[in-house]
Design a binder for this molecule. Structure first.
Ligand code: SF4
Ligand code: SF4
Ligand code: SF4
Length: 163
């Protein structure tokens, strides 16, 4: 049995950019209940779930995108995931300062990777086209994160503007 106070300690220590799986309940319930059995990690079809701090599973968008297949939720033996009819998570992509195009270096990697075309490139007078994100179209899949050669894309909460 994993000590609850130790769980909380590990929770507090987690990195701020740590992202749980889609549909997961609140963080405190999660770390109190997750047995770290790895079933979600093994079930993920894009293998983006890995052991995070304390051995608890977390999503790493550097590994790829979430397809919202719900396999992690189906595989979990604990009551840790909401119904598939709920919003999976409030995430959207955010293009940060390191973006090459914003420094007049031609790059459209994120736009090419986005299947729903939430990233469009707008031509600039006297410069290269720059990405513009349509947050209403972005599904929060994270597929643009790992393809950015400048690591300039992060996933942020639509509600709080930060993850
Ligand atoms: S919904 Fe599917 S792709 Fe997304 S984290 Fe869960 S298992 Fe992986
Ligand atoms: S399947 Fe559920 S209990 Fe097992 S590690 Fe994943 S979230 Fe935790
Ligand atoms: S997170 Fe997914 S849907 Fe959103 S901009 Fe990136 S690739 Fe497109």
């Amino acid at each position: 049995m994993f000590d609850r106070s130790r769980r909380r300690l590990l929770t507090r220590r987690r990195k701020p950019d740590l992202q749980r799986m889609p549909w997961v309940v609140d963080e405190e319930t999660f770390t109190d209940t997750c047995t770290r059995c790895n079933k979600c990690i093994n079930a993920c079809e894009t293998q983006i779930i890995a052991k995070g701090d304390g051995g608890f599973p977390a999503v790493d968008f550097q590994r790829g995108e979430c397809t919202f297949c719900y396999r992690c939720a189906d595989a979990c033996p604990e009551p840790l995931f909401q119904s598939k009819s709920e919003q999976p998570w409030p995430l959207v992509a955010q293009v940060n300062e390191g973006c090459l195009a914003q420094q007049n270096i031609e790059c459209r990697s994120c736009g090419d990777a986005c299947e729903v075309m939430a990233i469009r490139f707008r031509l600039q007078v006297g410069g290269v086209a720059r990405p513009e994100l349509d947050t209403s179209t972005c599904t929060g899949c994270g597929g643009c994160v790992s393809v950015c050669p400048a690591s300039a894309i992060t996933m942020v909460s639509h509600n709080n503007e930060e993850n």
